[in-house]
Design a protein around this ligand. Structure first.
Ligand SMILES: Cc1cc2nc3c(=O)[nH]c(=O)nc-3n(C[C@H](O)[C@H](O)[C@H](O)COP(=O)(O)OP(=O)(O)OC[C@H]3O[C@@H](n4cnc5c(N)ncnc54)[C@H](O)[C@@H]3O)c2cc1C
Ligand SMILES: NC(=O)c1ccc[n+]([C@@H]2O[C@H](COP(=O)([O-])OP(=O)(O)OC[C@H]3O[C@@H](n4cnc5c(N)ncnc54)[C@H](O)[C@@H]3O)[C@@H](O)[C@H]2O)c1
Length: 461
């Protein structure tokens, strides 16, 4: 049995930086990874998708270059190049993490699957290890993330469906792509492949795309994707899938009526499930919920003293920056008596469709539920100088402002740089800067940010 001060299971966006910080504090630290260092974000999630989305955006600009008076005669997408470029970026990021882990004193990386053998002991199993390693530590941090959830649709195990991981290695653009799901993964990947040349059909079970967002947000996103040529069905539940010679048939109930759709490829983007089964958590005292996510309190402590869960595996919100923030919270509470809680922190996010959806704070629906008195400032993108000048007028800027003290409660921005722009409002919210102060602030002209003056001026009318 090798004794450590801390063991980290999973080298995701929380575990990896935490490992470095604990080791720097002089803790003898082990980090265990069963696949690739860097986890979902680097290997299957943010990095590869955003790398490929950049290629799709160029294809779209070339396709519509006439709008800017630039006439191109045809173009073709070099898919092996697009995939190779993505792989190079992923490898560069992954190798960087590997090097940092290797070079950190007090830190040992074990490649293999961690399995609990007792309350504070773990064995590492893996083909490449040669021998099984047995480790023990008083502090254990679980950062094992999630993997695609495949719903139990009749026939699903008999068709060669794709997931958000496997589709990224397709070196031929899918001709007809049917996507189950209508949230972040489905819409980012749907638009990506549409722009690379696929015909795309979305089947979303809920009554709107992005079911957690306000209806006006969902409608604009739907319209913009439909205008690009995406076929979108909501209230659409797949009941059966089957494979014929050259295609996959999906039978679904769409708005109450049965229909069968044919495509060459099927992408299942119906959410993700936690990677907790292999851990054998029953050998320790870590409790999970009915979906297998690890239960934590607002300090990310599990039901077992000394064992923490960070990132998607604790039920999220499932974003890289939240997993990263989880490690800061745990570290500062352990070493700086910071008393940080997940309840107090901001939740920004950005969906990387084009235009993007940048979000921070409360939606209108959430504010209504809380019974808060609020007013809504809204500005269409075709009234934003920068958007008109650059030719990107789809979308709007919306902010919720407290009725009495003018603090900003939340914002949704659909626009070319919606994610960047919403960060400006996020900073205002963090610093307690009111809508009135932003209305009168000097921004450089003609930035998108300058439009925040006009956004909050609309409240005076
Ligand atoms: C297609 C896609 C696009 C995304 N895009 C974005 C985006 O643009 N922005 C954003 O903020 N978020 C995005 N996300 C979400 C983001 O990737 C995740 O929220 C983030 O990676 C979660 O990190 P994590 O630290 O929880 O764990 P992960 O990064 O999932 O890492 C967990 C690691 O643990 C390892 N592991 C699991 N079980 C064991 C075990 N028993 N033993 C040893 N190792 C184990 C796994 O192999 C994995 O490497 C995207 C996700 C997907 C799928
Ligand atoms: N830009 C980003 O930050 C980004 C990008 C991609 C993913 N992510 C993260 O990854 C996580 C997973 O994303 P996701 O889009 O896979 O999952 P999700 O949980 O956000 O959405 C799944 C969608 O599938 C629908 N659905 C479920 N079962 C269905 C069925 N049988 N048929 C049709 N539709 C069905 C749901 O109604 C839902 O809209 C998200 O929680 C998100 O936090 C973030």
């Amino acid at each position: 049995m090798q004794k450590f001060d801390a063991i980290i299971i999973g080298s995701g966006q929380g575990g990896t930086p935490l490992a470095g910080k604990l080791a720097a504090k002089g803790w003898k630290t082990a980090i265990i990874e069963q696949r690739y260092v860097g986890g979902t974000c680097i290997n299957d999630g943010c990095t590869p998708t955003k790398a490929m989305i950049a290629c799709a955006e160029v294809a779209n600009t070339v396709l519509h270059s006439n709008r800017w008076g630039v006439h191109c005669v045809g173009f073709n997408v070099d898919m092996p190049f697009v995939v190779g470029r993505k792989n190079n970026i992923v490898e560069e990021f992954r190798n960087g993490i590997n090097t940092r882990l290797d070079e950190t004193p007090n830190l040992t990386l074990f490649m293999g699957t961690a399995v609990f053998t007792g309350p504070k002991s773990i064995k590492v199993m893996g083909e490449e290890l040669g021998e099984e390693h047995k480790l023990a530590a008083e502090y254990i941090f679980i950062n094992t993330g999630t993997t695609p959830y495949i719903p139990p649709i009749k026939g699903i195990d008999k068709v060669p469906y794709l997931t958000s991981t496997t589709i990224l290695d397709q070196v031929v653009v899918p001709k007809e792509l049917i996507i189950l799901g209508g949230s972040y993964v489905a819409l980012e990947l749907g638009q990506l492949y549409l722009r690379l040349g696929s015909s795309v059909i979305i089947l979303e079970a809920a009554s709107q795309l992005l079911s957690k967002e306000d209806p006006d947000v969902s409608v604009v996103i739907r319209n913009m994707l439909e205008q690009e040529g995406m076929q979108i069905h909501t209230n659409a539940s797949a009941t059966e899938v089957s494979k014929t010679d050259n295609s996959i048939a999906v039978t679904a109930t769409i708005e109450g009526k049965p229909q069968t759709l044919q495509g060459t490829h099927l992408l299942v983007a119906t959410g993700r499930k936690p990677q907790t089964a292999a851990l054998e958590l029953h050998k320790t005292n870590v409790l999970t919920n009915d979906k297998g996510f690890i239960q934590v309190n607002e300090k990310l402590e599990t039901s077992a003293p000394g064992i923490y869960a960070l990132g998607d595996v604790n039920g999220g919100p499932a974003f890289t920056h939240i997993s990263y923030n989880d490690h800061l919270l745990v570290y500062k509470n352990l070493f700086e008596s910071a008393n940080l809680s997940t309840k107090d922190r901001q939740l920004p996010y950005c969906m990387f469709t084009d235009p993007q959806l940048g979000r921070i704070g409360l939606s209108e629906q959430a504010a209504l539920k809380k019974g808060l008195p609020f007013k809504v400032a809204k500005l269409p993108m075709n009234k934003v100088a920068r958007a008109v000048e650059t030719g990107h007028i789809t979308g709007f800027i919306k902010a919720l402002v407290h009725e009495y003290d003018n603090t900003i409660l939340g914002a949704a921005i659909i626009g070319k740089e919606g994610g960047e722009l919403v960060s400006v409002l996020q900073m205002a919210m963090l610093g307690g800067i009111t809508a009135t102060q932003v209305r009168d602030m000097i921004f450089a002209h003609p930035l998108y940010a300058e439009s925040l003056n006009n956004l909050f001026m609309s409240l005076d009318q």
